[in-house]
Design a protein around this ligand. Structure first.
Ligand code: CMC
Length: 432
């Protein structure tokens, strides 16, 4: 017997059977519930999508209560231990981990799209020296749209696949140029003999030496961080990617929009805010007073809490292990001690226990990035590079989903009823 939700409308005393599939009812099935022929029909009201599934997706699975994260069925812990980022990118986009031959071919393809047009480089030179790297990243990714006008043809699988490769290849280059720009250093061209993270480190930090020597521990740490950040189902940025993509906007503009959402301090911008918070706290002895400030609602404990995880974010656990490997090379970031004390105090406090607030991915990532030599302003850009893969995988899924249409929510109108413009209030100026 198929499951149904029986609804009785007390306004009309009529009853309805609404099918339940995958633990959900279709909002459109409620539209038949009306008080009369002129009634629009029942809608659902869900500001911030607290309880609304917007798509069917086979990419990422999260069980927020148990702290589980899987890409295409594989636990994040195993992917972080056994795979590299480009293979995980392949998995997210194509559904399976690549064979050794597929992996080799995939690497060559991505590597051949790492260069950016010289005019785009000149475009970046126009930014103020103190421009925020995330603003530069968003604008430059959007500007790519003007270099590849064919990307508008989103219904072509060949076009989608080429633009996907271009974006994955070019985002580290744009990110590195944004970083060099903020330091007033000349841009470093990609080196196709290096790995994806190794080339990124070279574009960031190469000076006058003919070949940048990649530290394998730091490159692997960055690769693991990229794996952890690659996708996270329907978060704010991904929802933006899908919403903008649903208008058949080209992928450069859609990724730029998604990155703009990511820049917010409640989303990917939180990693930068965590560092500012740790600076503000300054010493271990200030931790209890800061936690009290959070509890009285004066500020938030940045890097804590999550819409979906009501348990320890599995990514935060892996990041803590990665931190030890990075600190063995760079020396321990003194902020780590404050962060760990904050975590200890918060996790034993009723305020955080009751609300199920745990460290999220952003709590420790910034401490590692800072130890590696990044300024806090770069942290969200480091998040955007791997998340570009997740956005593109979700976009490919959206474009091929026959159930999807342009995203267009309804509203409950709360303004005035119709009213006439009063003559005396009108301010029309004569135009000659
Ligand atoms: N510090 C203090 N209190 C908090 C925090 C926090 N970080 N997060 C949530 N709360 C409280 C919140 O005030 C509310 O309390 P009450 O019930 O008394 O009003 C309760 O916990 C539930 O929070 P919410 O705001 O309804 O939860 P949400 O699902 O709407 O927000 C969140 C999720 C991530 C925006 C929020 O936890 C937050 O602002 N955290 C800090 C920013 C942050 O670290 N963001 C990164 C998220 S993970 C990476 C990513 O998504 O990019």
């Amino acid at each position: 017997m198929s499951a149904k939700l029986q609804i009785t409308d007390s306004r009309t005393n009529k009853s309805y059977d609404v099918p339940i599939t995958d633990g959900t009812v279709r909002a459109m099935d409620l539209r038949q519930i009306k008080t009369g022929p002129d009634d629009f029909g029942l809608m659902t009201y869900d500001p911030a999508f607290l309880n609304t599934a917007s798509c069917r997706s086979a990419i990422t699975f999260i069980d927020g209560d148990k702290g589980i994260l899987r890409y295409r069925g594989y636990p994040i812990e195993q992917l972080a231990e056994h795979c590299d980022f480009l293979d995980v990118a392949y998995l997210l986009l194509f559904g399976e981990l690549p064979s050794p031959e597929q992996s080799a071919e995939w690497r060559v393809k991505v590597t051949h799209h790492t260069m950016i047009h010289e005019n785009l480089k000149k475009f970046m030179e126009g930014f103020r020296p103190d421009a925020h790297p995330m603003g530069m990243f968003v604008s430059t990714v959007a500007a790519l749209s003007t270099f590849y006008p064919e990307a508008r043809n989103v219904s072509s699988a060949a076009v989608r696949s080429l633009e996907t490769l271009r974006l994955i290849g070019k985002v580290p280059t744009i990110a590195a140029y944004a970083y060099r720009h903020s330091l007033g250093l000349p841009y470093v061209y990609p080196n196709n003999n290096l790995t994806y993270p190794g080339n990124f480190l070279s574009m960031l930090w190469k000076m006058t030496e003919p070949q940048y020597e990649v530290n394998p521990v730091l490159a692997r740490a960055l690769d693991v961080l990229f794996i952890l950040h690659a996708d996270h189902e329907q978060n704010c940025g991904t929802n933006t990617m899908r919403a903008v993509g649903s208008a058949h906007t080209d992928p450069y503009l859609s990724v730029a929009a998604a990155a703009a959402a990511l820049a917010g301090p409640l989303h990917g911008g939180a990693n930068e805010e965590v560092l500012k918070m740790l600076d503000e706290i300054g010493t271990l002895s200030n931790v209890p007073a800061f936690v009290e400030k959070v509890k009285t609602g004066k500020c938030k404990l940045m890097g804590f809490g999550h819409r979906v995880y009501k348990n320890y974010d599995p990514r935060a656990k892996i990041i803590k292990q990665t931190a030890d490997q990075v600190f063995a090379v760079t020396g321990v970031n003194p902020k780590l001690e404050i962060a760990m004390e904050l975590e200890r105090v918060a996790l034993s406090d009723e305020y955080f226990i009751q609300r199920k607030l745990y460290p999220n991915v952003d709590f420790y990532s910034g401490i590692i990035y800072q130890a590696m030599g990044f300024a806090p302003e770069m942290f969200t850009v480091l998040f955007a590079i791997p998340r570009t893969v997740g956005w593109l995988a979700q976009w490919q899924e959206l474009v091929q989903d026959p159930e999807q249409k342009i995203a267009r929510p309804r509203q409950i109108y709360t303004g005035h009823d119709e009213r006439p413009v009063q003559q005396e209030a009108a301010t029309l100026t004569a135009v000659s």
